[in-house]
Write a new protein. Structure first.
Length: 592
């Protein structure tokens, strides 16, 4: 572990004010530089097309360039097993596309090539990065450079492999899926792999038959997609023609960034939900524990405990650890205690007559299993962070829930204490005996986000220090500082209850003090999401997602550029999501 992990960290930077400008702002003494923006070549030898600022790159070119809408991210020192901070790999999610920006004329016309380009612009980038005399640079070409997108072959692992509900005409055995998309947050494993998480997968499927199954309804499938129009040109996404295809998404996918030939695997033992992220820790007894949120209003928090134990000397065996184990879902009781409820076929009412004959049934229908188990409906679980300085202490952002307390919806409860929860909160639990594999825990609310000057008490919150709302990204750095990134939606950012709070932002907090300090604000229309640190904590990588996102017509190619021209400037074309490098000018530890 890092040498920092022993002592209480201190925040030494001067906070930045709310941000209203079309730029990234960091504290005095820090510098932020763009490293890898949508359309930049990933670095595959002989195939490094430059970004064309009028968005005229083809689908084939997009498939070897940075995707859109950077999200979860991790830094891996090179080579495998090293701990250095000057040379490594970044694995970066590309969550979804803004087709208004992705094509020369946006969505004004629609065709199969545009669908192919959109499918090539999502998924994951693996890039090689190096600190040089001129700052951090992407190494091109690189033998590690790789793009994984919506048509990359991915194996099915775990209990859903070969299940009837996973079989399609194209994959009659139910063993291989084309692609991953809606890759939101992510997490590393101690054996050097990357877990990318499929969140709002329902948004690309259509079932127009008028007969939605209970399973489809529970996962949000309907007769409309979220505006991506894939099903119009690629019938794989039309559920009348391919009824099981949607079951093949909503998983955690394990990628080995060190081996560009390694086929990624959907780790179905971890359940099928709208996976926000996957945060791994090794319990004292050696089992692997993965914490996961299902980001939708009134959904649940899950954890997976591996059957087998981690062996630091046996990577080959570790690569199979997520194949088998126990999936749990959380119940938060009003007395401050909580339980992890096992989701196991044959237990807790998960019987064959209810549709759970096998563990494959349970994981494919994980939300329905969790309903039966009696889990607590949360205010949109987003990222989860494990405190490196306190065994078994875990934090989860609950970003917001405007429907809490509305007619016909659940009202406030102990763990989700505010109706009309527009600002969100951060919940914290302590696993019993500090053991991450425990089935019981104690919990409290670490922070109710808000603003002290709010008109309504329910929006004031209780945070010390700098105001924020809609916490989403959440990660501990190497020293034990907890970083919080906000995702105030474009329909409310700096408007309504958020009026005067500016663009999305990132704050830092030391758990022992509970004082939040604003470190970074982003450009117009962006979300701040995705965060990584080098082992020496002297370089921070942070993602700026969807700069220039318009408040409504995301398909209007004219409008977004008027909102933001970050990072290339007014004459350069369109705004681009990007990975930014933040360093201290004196070379010191970030946050100090
Ligand atoms: Fe993709 Fe829940 O954020
Ligand atoms: Ca998120
Ligand atoms: Ca969010
Ligand atoms: Ca997002």
């Amino acid at each position: 572990q890092a040498p920092f992990a022993m002592k209480t960290p201190q925040l030494g930077f001067k906070p930045v004010p709310f941000g209203f400008d079309d730029k990234v702002v960091v504290p005095e003494g820090y510098r932020a530089e763009v490293l890898y923006a949508w359309g930049d070549p990933v670095g595959i030898a002989g195939n490094m097309p430059a970004f064309r600022s009028d968005a005229s790159n083809t689908a084939a070119e997009q498939a070897v360039q940075a995707g859109m809408h950077h999200d979860g991210m991790h830094y891996y020192p090179l080579p495998l097993g090293a701990t250095g901070s000057k040379h490594g790999l970044l694995a970066i999610n590309h969550e979804y596309t803004d087709d208004g920006l992705l094509h020369v004329d946006g969505m004004k016309t629609w065709n199969a090539d545009k669908v192919k380009k959109a499918q090539a612009a999502v998924g994951v980038s693996i890039i090689e990065v190096e600190a040089t005399g001129k700052g951090w640079q992407v190494v091109r070409p690189s033998k590690y450079a790789r793009r994984i997108h919506a048509n990359t072959p991915i194996a099915i692992g775990g209990p859903a492999r070969g299940h009837e509900l996973m079989k399609t005409d194209a994959d009659p055995q139910g063993v291989e899926i084309l692609g991953t998309f809606q890759n939101c947050a992510s997490g590393p494993t101690p054996w050097g792999t990357y877990l990318t998480c499929e969140e709002n997968f329902d948004g690309v499927f259509i079932n127009d038959s008028g007969n939605l199954t209970a399973l489809e309804k529970r996962y949000g499938i309907s007769n409309k997609d979220a505006g991506y129009k894939w099903a119009w040109e690629d019938f794989r996404f039309d559920l009348q023609l391919n009824p099981n295809e949607a079951n093949r998404f909503g998983w955690v996918v394990e990628i080995d960034p060190f081996d560009p030939q390694a086929k990624p695997v959907k780790r179905t033992a971890l359940g099928r939900i709208k996976h926000e992220g996957a945060t791994t820790t090794i319990a004292a007894n050696g089992h692997v524990v993965v914490y996961m949120g299902d980001d939708q209003r009134f959904e649940y928090i899950y954890k997976f405990v591996s059957k087998n134990k981690y062996d630091p000397k046996n990577r080959k065996a570790n690569l199979q650890l997520l194949e088998e184990g126990t999936l749990y879902v959380a119940r938060f009781d009003a007395d401050g205690s909580g339980s992890w409820l096992p989701l196991v076929a044959g237990q807790n009412g998960l019987s064959a007559d209810k549709g759970f004959a096998t563990q494959g049934d349970v994981v494919i229908k994980a939300r329905m299993a969790a309903d039966i188990a009696g889990a607590t409906k949360m205010d949109r679980p987003e990222w989860i962070a494990v405190n490196p300085r306190k065994a078994g202490e875990v934090y989860c952002t609950l970003t917001n829930n405007s429907e809490r307390g509305k007619d016909g919806k659940p009202g406030a409860d102990a763990a989700n204490p505010r109706n009309n929860n527009l600002f969100g909160h951060i919940i914290r639990w302590q696993e019993n005996a500090g053991d991450a594999t425990s089935t019981g825990f104690k919990w409290d609310i670490f922070a109710l986000a808000g603003r002290p000057d709010a008109a309504k008490q329910e929006h004031v919150g209780n945070i010390k220090g700098d105001a924020f709302g809609s916490p989403d990204g959440l990660k501990f750095d190497q020293q034990g500082v907890l970083w919080v990134q906000t995702d105030v939606s474009t329909s409310t950012v700096n408007m309504k209850e958020y009026q005067g709070m500016g663009n999305n932002q990132m704050v830092a907090v030391v758990p022992e003090t509970g004082e939040f300090r604003r470190f970074l604000t982003g450009p117009h229309g962006c979300e701040i999401t995705g965060l990584a640190f080098t082992p020496d904590n002297k370089t921070m990588f942070v993602n700026i997602q969807h700069p220039g996102e318009p408040d409504s017509e995301r398909n209007d190619p004219a409008k977004p550029t008027a909102i933001s021209s970050w990072p290339d400037g007014a004459n350069a074309g369109r705004p681009r999501a990007a990975t930014v490098v933040v360093r201290k000018l004196d070379g010191g530890v970030i946050g100090s």
